[in-house]
Design a protein around this ligand. Structure first.
Ligand SMILES: *Cc1c(COP(=O)(O)O)cnc(C)c1O
Length: 370
């Protein structure tokens, strides 16, 4: 009812919902609709495991197992986690949203870092909580800046490690320090969507925190290194209380039968994962080296532990012009003006010949812009 007592003409969304800017996915076609080679969504250029593809045909068409029991058991085996401490999500996106919804609401605050993953803003706002954005440290996550914003209203802190879109990574010492300084009633969500790309010796210790404390949720996904983004399968691990909370509010049949079968088969083929990690590590290093060689043109690749590199354009060639020029050459990457990065292109690591063509295209454009 409005002030005059008449009803409004149409249903009115809640103001905190109306304030949300919808998620913008990576595109796969140019302005003219021409399909381009897609390096805009951090997908695995090697595809997915043959074993996962073979499992696809075998999944029954009836309702799926609501608890994904077999898949959780396999995840538990692989990571040394009691399956009772694992919750499945329709992509890790569902779990990020449920974490905010389960623990924050109107009047509460949710903290994440500037240039953090764009879903955190949506997750905070859709349950009515206020997003609080911590300043970055040269595009990386600044633990002290996050901690400085903690108040009595703080309920959830989101950290992606490695972070998207910057690729930055917090080492174990920093993650442990962040957790130790947070009040125990604040939920720390460590989003490891790119966790498998990190060299095993650099592992950030988040899983151990989730195993030992009541206020840590670690999320993972089958969308990135496993190459199953189309199936929408994510998972999280934490204390039983957290898992119970998320299970109450998740979709009852949130992982399809096909998704459960493919993910379980993918876990039996860790050689594919290792091959993907090594490919990414080597190609990323080769690509970064070529961009570093263009630093005299104001080009700066940020250090990345993920399957993409954020290249900053701080010279005459703008990121927008480079985005258009790469599209003319057949490639779509991610330009991020909506995330405060009009001077950045996030480029997914693809096949060697594609990375060569992109680096060469950027070199030509940078030299022509002088
Ligand atoms: C891609 C991504 C996700 C989620 O992907 P899902 O497909 O929903 O599992 C989560 N966090 C970050 C930082 C990502 O980049």
């Amino acid at each position: 009812m409005s002030e005059t007592g008449t009803r409004s003409k149409a249903p009115t969304p809640k103001p905190w919902i109306a304030a949300i800017h919808a998620y913008v996915p990576g595109k796969s076609a140019g302005k003219d609709g021409r399909p381009l080679i897609k390096l805009s969504a951090n997908e695995n250029p090697l595809g997915t495991s043959e074993a996962a593809l073979a499992a696809k045909a075998k999944a029954p068409a009836l309702y799926p197992d609501p608890d994904s029991k077999d898949l959780r058991a396999r995840l538990g085996d692989l990571h040394g986690i009691d399956p009772a401490r694992i919750v499945m999500g329709t992509g890790s996106d569902e779990l990020l949203n449920l974490a905010a919804q389960g623990y924050a609401g109107l009047g509460d605050e949710v903290i994440y870092v500037r240039y953090g993953f764009s879903v955190y803003d949506i997750a905070a706002r859709r349950c009515g909580a206020a997003p609080v954005v911590a300043p970055d440290a040269d595009y990386g996550t600044d633990v002290d800046a996050l901690l400085a914003l903690v108040t009595d209203k703080t309920r959830v802190v989101f950290v992606a490690n490695p972070n998207n879109p910057t690729g930055s990574f917090l080492p174990k010492g920093e993650i442990v320090r962040l957790h130790a300084a947070l009040p125990t009633d604040v939920l720390l969500v460590i989003d490891q969507a790119y966790g498998e790309y990190v060299a095993p010796e650099d592992e950030d210790g988040a899983m151990a925190l989730a195993a030992a404390h009541d206020n840590v949720l670690v999320t993972r996904t089958f969308s990135k290194i496993f190459g199953l983004a189309g199936e929408r399968i994510g998972w999280g691990t934490g204390a039983p209380g957290i898992i119970d909370t998320l299970n109450r509010i998740r979709g009852p049949f949130n992982i399809s039968s096909t998704g459960q079968a493919m993910a379980a088969a993918a876990l039996d083929d860790m050689t594919f994962v290792e091959r993907s990690r090594v490919h990414n590590r080597d190609e990323r290093a080769r690509f970064v080296e070529k961009i570093v060689a263009l630093s005299n043109h104001g080009l700066r690749p940020l250090p990345s532990q993920a399957n993409f590199v954020l290249v900053l354009f701080e010279g005459k060639l703008t990121a927008e012009a480079a985005f258009d020029g790469l599209a003319e050459r057949g490639y779509i990457v991610r330009w991020l003006p909506n995330q405060g990065l009009p001077h950045g292109l996030r480029i997914t690591i693809g096949h060697p010949h594609d990375m060569d063509a992109i680096a060469e295209g950027i070199r030509e454009m940078a030299e022509a812009a002088q």
